[in-house]
Design a binder for this molecule. Structure first.
Ligand code: FMC
Length: 261
C-alpha cells in the first residue's frame, strides 16, 4: 500500500517516493477495544481530543499527543450506544479508519490489537505478530472473481528492519466478524495460510488501500484457535503486552522514513 495520492499513476509514484524519504510524522493507531487503547494512551501520555474531528454523536474516540518527534493519534470506535460494549469488528473499524484518515492525513497507520493464533503454524500465546498480508475469512462468494473480491487479500507495508530489530514474528492474518470460528472460516484460513485471526485488520487494510495510506498490523496472540480452542478472558497482562509492542514499534519508527522500516 502506498502513501497518499489520487491523481495519475506518475503523480502517485512521485508522492510515494517523496513520502518514503522524509521522516514519518503523523501516525494513526487504530485499536478496537478500550482495554487495548488505555494502556497505550497512558504510556504515550496522550489526551482525549474533546473537540472531536468526528461527526457529532458518533461514539468514536480520538486520543492525541506528541511522543518524541511523532504526532500520534490513537482512535477506537468507542462503545455501542445502546449495549455499552466495545464496537469490535469490521464495520466500526472501517468507518473510524476512514474518518480518521480524512481528518488527520496520517503518514502511517498501525492497526494493533489482540488476536487468536494457529498452533499448527507456530503461534503461541503471548507472541507478537506483524502481518505480512491480511485477508477476510468469512466472505464466501463462490463466483469467479467475486471469490477473490470476498477474500480481499492486501499486503501490509513491508517492514523488514522493524521485524528484525524487535524480533517480531511475521505471518498472514485473517479477519472475520465472529470471535467464534466456523469450519468454513477455518478452511478459508488454512487455504490462505493464516497464522493469526482477528476481527478488524482486513477492514482497516481495505480503507488504507482505498486512500493510499501505508499500514502495519501488529497483533498479540491471546488464545489458540486450533486444537483445543480457548477463548481468553480479558487480562491486564495481555493488554500490557500489547502496550509494550505498540510502544516499541513507535520508538522504532521515531525519526525514520517509511523506507527505513
Ligand atoms: N479471534 C478473533 N478475534 C480475536 C481473537 C480471536 N481468537 N482474540 N482477540 C480478538 C480481538 C478481535 O480483533 C476483537 O477486537 C476482539 O479481540 C474480540 O474480543
Amino acid at each position: 500500500m502506498a502513501p497518499h495520492g489520487d491523481k495519475s499513476d506518475a503523480a502517485d509514484e512521485t508522492m510515494v517516493a517523496k513520502a518514503e524519504k522524509r521522516p514519518i510524522s503523523t501516525i494513526l493507531i487504530v485499536l478496537a477495544m478500550q482495554s487495548e487503547a488505555l494502556p497505550v494512551v497512558n504510556k504515550l501520555n496522550l489526551s482525549e481530543d474533546l473537540q472531536s474531528v468526528f461527526p457529532k454523536g458518533v461514539p468514536w474516540v480520538r486520543y492525541r499527543g506528541f511522543y518524541k518527534d511523532l504526532n500520534i493519534n490513537l482512535v477506537w470506535p468507542g462503545k455501542d450506544s445502546s449495549l455499552g460494549v466495545d464496537c469490535v469488528g469490521t464495520v466500526p473499524a472501517s468507518l473510524v479508519t476512514y474518518a480518521s484518515i480524512q481528518a488527520l492525513q496520517p503518514d502511517l497507520i498501525i492497526n494493533a490489537g489482540t488476536a487468536g493464533g494457529f498452533k499448527a503454524k507456530g503461534a503461541c500465546i503471548g507472541d507478537v505478530y506483524v502481518a505480512s498480508d491480511v485477508a477476510f475469512c468469512d466472505r464466501r462468494i463462490p463466483i469467479p472473481v467475486f471469490d477473490l473480491y470476498g477474500l480481499g487479500l492486501r499486503q501490509a507495508l513491508s517492514t523488514p528492519n522493524l521485524q528484525k530489530e524487535l524480533n517480531l514474528k511475521v505471518g498472514k492474518l485473517s479477519t472475520g466478524d465472529s470471535l467464534h470460528m466456523s469450519t468454513q472460516d477455518e478452511a478459508s484460513m488454512v487455504a490462505n495460510d493464516a497464522v493469526v485471526k482477528d476481527m478488524e485488520a482486513a477492514a482497516v487494510a481495505y480503507v488504507a488501500d482505498l486512500l493510499k495510506v501505508p499500514s502495519v498490523f501488529l497483533k498479540v496472540v491471546i488464545d489458540i484457535k486450533d486444537g483445543e480452542e480457548t477463548t481468553a478472558e480479558e487480562s491486564s497482562q495481555r493488554f500490557a503486552a500489547l502496550e509494550r509492542a505498540v510502544t516499541q514499534v513507535t520508538d522504532f519508527i521515531n525519526g525514520k522514513c517509511l523506507s527505513d522500516l
